[in-house]
Design a protein around this ligand. Structure first.
Ligand code: S3P
Length: 449
């Protein structure tokens, strides 16, 4: 639901024990990558379990504008007719990436080494987010940008005709920046190398290997991860099965932890080790979460998650863990508010440049529902008393899907429930959130317009 539509107030009321078995929509990160890599493979790629959230649908539409045929076969099943590496066409229309930082940053890399020029834009939130982090390395490869002051969207991207490979050390731990450079390396002769001092989600590397690219991944002496792609590979279309998104599952999981008596199972969740920092942290807090039926699907580890209501205690979350749970701090902060003692979360600077300034949004929201929260630089400290909070609101969500869902989850265990001012952005990553939660017994409603 676009940011230009009227606000969508939502309310969560105290609920009885959550019970049942559910599946959450497909992984957002893997869905973007399946579409983009399928687009430059030779042949037809079938994707099952694709996330039909607005972020991913924007990527699909942008690829169509670049000459790729992307067909919806059925719910969550898509077919991409790839044009081969270097085969994207000059778009006649603007590429509108909506709310999606991942879509924008990855696509700019993919198109940047094609001899085409493209206008790219996004919604008001995306147009505030930093693009310099990709403009800088891609410029070294020969891509030219006419961006807004500070390196923001909307911008004109002029692809390099003769791209040059680079070796680039990431100044911020960002899978988006890493992936943007690797995708640019696809249509670049020679070896493109990205060095990441802290490992970030490796879905791009796994998916490219699945499609037949040659990647060399090793550790430098200082422990940094060095990823080298051999350019201009022939990628072959492959089938992709997208697992459920662990970042979406997190909302149902924390809801079950904090609503007394709950016992739920979330099937088919991606458990890539570089994504499961939240679950590790919740385990340390005393959460009863079991990873059952562990298996591998299309190169990604998958399991079913059984979650039972648990007494949580505060813990210290080290900065090094941030990349593996970067999207989960809003929901972790909610869990922490119901735990006993203080949870100290370090290294959260990147939260300031997400879909909203999440550090501020978390603090303001928690205060609005009566929780004890402090911000010290890039550290967040949430102190709970091990029981229900007063609740209230309305919590201001700043058109941020994860802020909206986190505070609705909090409302299920608050005395007065929680109102949020706006749940429109939920469809960017988790269409069906309200229905899925209601199916588990959660009292979540959208106010009548
Ligand atoms: C993503 C990387 C992360 C994450 C985002 C998805 C990806 O962003 O917050 O939701 O798919 O690569 P950063 O690269 O900015 O950390």
């Amino acid at each position: 639901m676009a940011e230009t539509e009227p606000l969508r107030p939502m309310t969560a009321r105290p609920s009885g024990a959550l019970k049942g078995e559910v599946r959450v929509p497909g992984d957002k990160s893997i869905s973007h990558r399946a579409l983009m890599i399928g687009a430059v493979a030779v042949g037809r790629t079938r994707i099952d379990g694709l996330l039909e959230g607005e972020d991913v649908l924007c990527t699909a539409e942008a690829l169509r504008r670049l000459g790729v045929t992307v067909t919806r076969i059925d719910a969550a099943t898509y077919e991409v007719s790839g044009v081969g590496v270097g085969g994207l066409a000059q778009p006649e229309q603007i590429l509108d990436m909506g709310n999606s930082g991942t879509g924008a940053r990855l696509l700019v890399g993919l198109i940047g080494t094609h001899p085409l020029s493209a206008h790219m834009t996004g919604d008001a939130s995306l147009c505030r987010r930093p693009m310099m982090r990709v403009i800088e390395p891609l410029s070294q490869m020969g891509v030219r940008f006419d961006a807004q002051p500070g390196g923001r969207l909307p911008m004109l991207v002029r692809g390099a005709r003769l791209p040059v490979p680079i070796e680039y050390r990431l100044p911020v731990a960002s899978a988006q920046v890493k992936s943007s450079i690797i995708l640019a390396g696809l249509n670049t002769p020679g070896a493109t190398t990205v060095i990441e001092p802290e490992a970030t989600r490796d879905h791009t590397e796994l998916m490219l290997a699945h499609f037949g690219a040659h990647l060399d991944i090793r550790r430098d002496r200082d422990g940094a991860r060095r990823i080298t792609l051999t350019g201009q590979p022939e990628l072959t279309a492959r089938n992709v099965l997208v697992p459920g998104d662990p970042s979406s599952a997190a909302f149902a999981a924390v809801a079950a932890l904090i609503v007394p008596g709950s016992d739920i199972t979330i099937h088919n969740i991606g458990t890539n080790p570089l994504r499961v920092g939240l679950y590790q942290t919740l385990g340390e807090m005393g959460a009863e979460i079991a990873f059952e039926n562990k298996r591998e699907e299309a190169g990604e580890p998958v399991a079913d998650l059984r979650v039972r209501a648990s007494r949580l205690k505060g813990v210290e979350v080290p900065a090094e863990r941030a990349p593996s749970m970067i999207d989960e701090y809003p929901i972790l902060a909610v869990a922490a508010a119901f735990a006993e003692g203080s949870t100290v979360m370090h290294g959260l600077a990147e939260l300031r440049v997400k879909e909203s300034d999440r550090l501020t949004a978390i603090c303001e929201g928690l205060r609005a529902i009566g929780a004890d929260v402090r911000e010290q630089g890039d550290t967040l400290i949430v102190t709970g008393r091990g029981g229900a909070l007063p609740g209230g609101g309305p919590v201001v969500t700043h058109y941020d899907h994860r802020i909206a869902m986190s505070f609705l989850v909090a409302g299920l265990a608050c005395d007065k429930g929680v109102a949020v001012d706006d749940g429109r952005a939920i469809v960017t990553s988790f269409p069906g959130f309200e229905g899925l939660m209601r199916g588990l017994g959660a009292d979540i409603t959208t106010a009548a317009a």
